[in-house]
Each structure stands twice: as C-alpha cells, then as structure tokens.
Design a protein around this ligand. Sequence first.
Ligand SMILES: Cc1cc2nc3c(=O)[nH]c(=O)nc-3n(C[C@H](O)[C@H](O)[C@H](O)COP(=O)(O)OP(=O)(O)OC[C@H]3O[C@@H](n4cnc5c(N)ncnc54)[C@H](O)[C@@H]3O)c2cc1C
Length: 283
Amino acid sequence: MNLPFVLAKRFVAGESFEDAEPKVKKLNDKKIKVTLDLLGENVKDKKMADETVEKYLKLLKSIHSSQIDSTISIKLTMMGLDIDENYCRDNLFRLLEQAKKLDQFVRIDMEGSDYTQVTIDLFREAFHSYGNHVGIVIQAYLHRTKDDIPDLAGIGADVRLCKGAYKEPEQIALQQMPAIREAFKEYVKILLEKTPYPRIATHDDELIDWVNGYTEDNNIGRERYEFQMLYGLREETMARFAENGYNARIYVPYGTMWLPYFKRRLMERKENIWFVLSTMFKN
Ligand SMILES: Cc1cc2nc3c(=O)[nH]c(=O)nc-3n(C[C@H](O)[C@H](O)[C@H](O)COP(=O)(O)OP(=O)(O)OC[C@H]3O[C@@H](n4cnc5c(N)ncnc54)[C@H](O)[C@@H]3O)c2cc1C
C-alpha cells in the first residue's frame, strides 16, 4: 500500500536524512537532544538488510559531519535478525565499530516479545565489546522485565525504559495501565540506583511527576537521568524541561518505511488519530 507521506508527517520527520536534519537542528537549538531512527522492521532478504546497514553507517557519518546532537536507534529485525542471528550480529558489530570510531552511540530498540531474549543476548555481547557505545530498551509491561531489569542494571547497562508498544497476550505482558505504571516506577528506582544514566521514555504526566518527586526526595540530581519523548508529541513540554535543566531527548524517526511505526502511534492514543485527520483537512 502506498499511502501519502502527508498522513505521517506529524510523527515522522521526513523520508530522508536531508528532510530530517533541519528539524533536528531546531530541536538542538532548544537544547533538546535527538535520537534518529531510520524507519523499517522485519526485513526478510539479505540485499535489503545489507542496504540498511550501509544506510546506518552513512547516517553515523552524516551525524558526525553535520555536528548535530544525535544518537541513533536501530531495530535488529531491520539488520537481518529474521534471516539469521549470526548475520545480524555481524551487521550490528560492523555498525558499532563505526560508532566507536566516531564516538557515537547506538540504541537497540525493543520489538515484539518473540525477539526479547535474542535482543537482550545480542545486546549483552555488544555491551561486552563496545561498552558505552551501545544501549538497549526494556518494556515495563512484560512480566519477564522484573528479572531483566536487575540483570541489566547489575552490569550497568544503558537502558531506555518504556511501557511497551506491541500488542502482547496476558501471559506475557501486563494489560492494565495502573499495573504497568506501578511496574514502571519500580524499574525506574532500580535503574536510578544501579545504572549511571537511565533514560525514561514516556509522555505520561503521572510517571513524569512521580520521577521528579522521587528524585527530589532522594537527592538524585537532574543530570543523573533523561526524559525521552517521540517526535510530534509534547515538544513544548520537552523544551520547558530542557530550559529547567532536565536532560530531554526526542526520538526522531524518518524514512520511507514509516507505515508500521505510524500505525503503532495511531493505535496508542485516539488523539493521535485526530491529529492525522486534522492534517488531512489542512492539506
Ligand atoms: C523515546 C521513546 C522510545 C520508545 N521506544 C520503544 C521501543 O523501543 N519499543 C517499544 O515497544 N516501545 C517504545 N516506545 C513506545 C512506548 O512503549 C509506549 O508505547 C508509548 O510511549 C506510549 O506510552 P506513554 O507512557 O508515552 O503514554 P500512554 O500510555 O500512551 O499515555 C498515558 C497518559 O500519558 C499522557 N499522554 C500521552 N501522550 C500524550 C501527549 N501527546 N500529550 C499529552 N499527554 C499525553 C495522557 O495523560 C495519557 O493518558 C518508545 C517511546 C518513547 C517515548
């Protein structure tokens, strides 16, 4: 299906790096850091995975030469995880070699629960070799996270904590928002205690207010953690955070394969559907 990009442009910064770059610069001007994500997932053939790796390598170089303040996020299924795990590992390590050379940082996004174990395994290997050039994402809604968080915190991993964006059955994930929020708070406590710099990825005021209260009560400085939000949502809040001395980072997706990401944003919140409809009427 070839949907027009105009539908997605609220949540996606463009179809190329050149489209996204000025938007990144505007965010950086407001003291907001960025994570660029070249969109795509579940690549099934090697030719496409190889091309993706080349694009990521080029992206790291472009970030370096344009001097924007941005890291990158990747999905292992875009680097060939569905094709062969060893092939995917080689691709990941090629990318991390480049990141190390350019003093860059690569975060491995977390996908659906079929991929959780292999993603953690590959992350641990990568962390062993590339240390602070690589990070992972953990989803608070998964039941298994109660074991994964202490394990990863124990090695001092760089973790982005989010609720989780994929539809999972109740044997695998918490289903109710109050329980997900409670789990999220418990994991934030562990990450703050055991890891140097947790990344707290949510737009949820209840969680944000709780984090701010908890850190104040426990004398944990604003420089010890970072809030992360998605492009197109709550930019003014992020600008205010940055002004007030909080670390704020916006995840900026771009690329031509925007449909699955766009669908997840629509499913998440009915207001997002409204944004898209109003964009349609404005164009
Ligand atoms: C930087 C980043 C990276 C992510 N990476 C991953 C990943 O790798 N894997 C993955 O599975 N998921 C990822 N996610 C998605 C995440 O798992 C959630 O699906 C998504 O963030 C929605 O949950 P939420 O806590 O932000 O708010 P929701 O649960 O959607 O909303 C809860 C409440 O927050 C408030 N709220 C939400 N949005 C807004 C808004 N736009 N304006 C005002 N108030 C709002 C409302 O009060 C709402 O009721 C990522 C999210 C972020 C921010």
